[in-house]
Ligand binder design. Structure first.
Ligand code: K1U
Ligand code: ZN
Length: 169
């Protein structure tokens, strides 16, 4: 397993739509394992392949609370089959937009389908932080960042803050 560098906005790879994987083979499993290691090291609760420069529909998530055993999830070709009308606000962050946090309103519950580590199709219900994180990561597969859900003023402020920090570094 290897820690891969995480791309930071406004990198153009973060705005591209990712392609489905044709099957979950050893290369995809290696990518999933590297992404989990990268996510834990960051630290974060999710990571999408475009954030490590790979334009594939692969993501990893672990929303276990501190003190709980890890619950790593590796997903390929995830789809949202259903989303609730009820929404919930959550203060989101993003490893590709360091030090910016803001509230995003998303469906409170979703039903998912994806291919797991073994390439089997799995259907799963998500709510709470799990639902928030899955939707945030699936946005990355469409080239959408959480700041794209904010007002233009907040988004422009966030991008210029990140650009300034990158220049200073
Ligand atoms: O996609 C990403 O950049 C990862 C992002 C996921 C996310 C966070 C919050 C709401 C929705 C999606 C992060 O993991 S940001 C870091 C973070 O939330 C965190 C870091 C350490 C401990 C707990 C949370
Ligand atoms: Zn993100």
């Amino acid at each position: 397993m290897a820690v891969r560098p995480i791309l930071v906005a406004p990198h153009p790879a973060l705005k591209a739509k990712a392609k489905p994987v044709s099957r979950v083979d050893d290369a995809v499993r290696q990518l999933m394992d590297d992404m989990l290691e990268t996510m834990y090291q960051a630290p974060g609760i999710g990571l999408a392949a475009p954030q490590v420069g790979v334009p594939s529909r692969v993501l990893v998530v672990d929303v276990a609370k501190e003190g709980e055993p890890p619950q790593p999830l590796r997903l390929a070709n995830p789809e949202i089959l259903w989303a609730s009308e009820e929404t919930q606000p959550y203060e989101e962050g993003c490893l590709s937009i360091p030090e910016i946090y803001d509230e995003v309103e998303r469906p409170a519950k979703v039903k998912l389908r994806y291919l797991n580590y073994q390439g089997e199709a799995v259907e799963e219900d998500a709510e709470g932080l799990f639902a928030v994180c899955i939707q945030h990561e699936m946005d990355h597969l469409e080239g959408v960042l959480f700041i794209d859900h904010l007002s233009r003023l907040k988004r422009d402020r966030a991008v210029s803050k990140v650009k300034k920090a990158a220049k200073a570094a």
